[in-house]
Design a protein around this ligand. Sequence first.
Ligand SMILES: [Zn+2]
Length: 266
Amino acid sequence: MCDVAPASAVHFQALAVCHWIQEAVHGAAERGLAPPPYALESAEAMNDFRSIGMPAEGGGSDIGRKALWVVRELGLPAIVKACVCGRSARHHPTGKFRVNANGKLLDVWMLICCEMCGRTSKIPIHERIYVQALQSERLLMFENNDPAMVRDLAMDGALAGKAGYQLDWSGTWELETGMRSCEPGREDPAPLEVIIRFELPAPIRVEKLLTAGFGLSRSAVRGMVDSGRIRLPMAIDAKAREDFTLFVITTPPPSRDAAADQEACP
Ligand SMILES: [Zn+2]
């Protein structure tokens, strides 16, 4: 069978959650920005929303209306390339490297195995490189089958392009959302700042993060982005793969209905 390099262990502490974000976001969606029947249509998104948790490290309560969403790492992407078995093109790292010395030249490969037949094949990392051109620490990592090096290379899109394979990121992550703090009874809520932190560089469409994070439909989040209620640093159709911050504006200043738009913390 195929020995797969372990995913990093994840520990977090679930904390009590303020419902303000849910009400604010769903409320905004229902107030004419998107058809209400669609607001709650995604069972998957709602499940994600219910499993709200906060990392233990984010325990501060001094900052208001901040939320932290974490793209948790569940595993490494599959390496998609042809296998002689022809039954599957998905491969996983075995967790090992092979280093071959030939005079002053080195070859370094990362070993991977086919998900279906278990055959081991190799991906060239360095080919006929001069020994002195390779940092000794890096060579040591290869020789010791360093797990961090395996992880980095298994997620390396540039290596994939160079070696001619694709990365399949499906199933490698899950979104964990959490409300940092809330201020009950505040009359004029500040914009909600949502920090999205990536544990792994999985390319994820921003729209997918929003629907999963807010538990809203695609049309609802698109409506909120179009109206400026959700402010993004990139296009909603873009793929994010590293940390960014978005804002949810709950009370647009020009509107006379602004007061009615507010939702108090329970
Ligand atoms: Zn195979």
